[in-house]
Ligand binder design. Structure first.
Ligand SMILES: [Ca+2]
Ligand SMILES: [Ca+2]
Ligand SMILES: [Ca+2]
Ligand SMILES: [Ca+2]
Length: 290
């Protein structure tokens, strides 16, 4: 008899807990996969009723005689998976860029010199400007929103033609990034001095990529940051060999053995990646027992 009562009691308690967790909004996780699909629908609608006006480098509401973005071959789509959610990132390639001296595309951890204008998609027919940066600024793609890290890698820089005046570039990469909210600020509203970006906003960035710093090495340890993205997911912030809370790309002692990474370059060729004292395939700078 006592046993039966016990089971009934357990049964009631667990139903209550279950019901509570269902009612409490902050326990239910945000559905990023559903938001990704919703954002894609909105972006596709936007592409259907806008075109790129190359005379003024601007996206405009569609008018007769113009080609909608959705049918414009310069609009490219790229698939990105972040935190197990699939996203489609779009970019309009107005000009790829012709750098001199010739540099390649930036990696997702390189630094870029860019002018940009940011908008958020308010409806499928309207976007709102939240930032208009006319001055060129250096950014490191390792720490910007994820849509930048994945988007800028499709453009190259330009040619520095500075001549005793202000720093001037020509023929830099030029285009527009269309970023679903999951690769931007996700479900968190942003308060800026210029206004508010609502939660779950897809963002549009007009970009002018002037220059890049190839093989950016944030911690100056001799290992370019792109090689400190050990799991190769284009995000160096989740790679921390010694688990000290400091990602490898900004950790000057990656394996936490007390010897700085650049001092584990035993053959002195400036590259710690090819020094492996115990021959176990793990270079010294990542091998805490050598
Ligand atoms: Ca990574
Ligand atoms: Ca670390
Ligand atoms: Ca490092
Ligand atoms: Ca070390």
């Amino acid at each position: 008899m006592t046993k039966i009562k016990y089971f009934i009691l357990v049964g009631i308690v667990s139903v209550l807990i279950y019901a509570c967790s269902g009612d409490t909004g902050n326990i239910v996780e945000f559905d990023h996969a559903a938001q990704s699909l919703e954002d894609n629908d909105s972006l596709v609608k936007y592409f259907n009723n806008h075109y790129y006006d190359s005379a003024i480098d601007s996206v405009k509401p569609l008018v007769a005689g113009k080609t909608a973005l959705i049918d414009d071959s310069n609009l490219k789509a790229t698939q990105v998976t972040e935190n197990e959610v699939d996203y489609t990132l779009y970019y309009y390639l107005a000009r790829e860029g012709t750098p001199d001296p010739v540099k390649g595309f930036p990696t997702a951890t390189d630094s870029v010199l860019s002018i940009y204008e940011g908008k958020y998609l308010e409806t499928t027919s309207k976007s709102v400007t939240f930032e208009n940066g006319k001055q060129a600024i250096w950014f490191t793609l390792a720490t910007t929103i994820r849509g930048w890290a994945h988007g800028f890698t499709n453009f190259k820089g330009g040619k520095n033609i500075t001549n005793n005046g202000p720093i001037t570039y020509e023929n830099g990469g030029k285009g527009v990034l269309f970023i679903p909210s999951g690769l931007a600020y996700r479900d968190i509203a942003q308060v800026l001095s210029s206004g508010i970006i609502p939660a779950s906003s897809s963002l549009i960035f007009y970009i002018n990529l002037l220059d890049i710093k190839e093989d950016t090495d944030h911690d100056n340890d001799g290992v370019p940051s792109i090689y400190e993205d050990i799991d190769n997911d284009k995000n160096p912030n989740n790679d921390d060999t010694d688990d000290d809370g400091i990602p490898d790309y900004v950790d000057t002692d990656d394996d936490g053995d007390g010897v700085r990474t650049k001092d584990e370059d035993t053959n002195g060729d400036g590259d710690p990646r090819n020094d492996d004292a115990d021959g176990d395939g793990i270079p010294n700078y990542l091998d805490s027992d050598s």
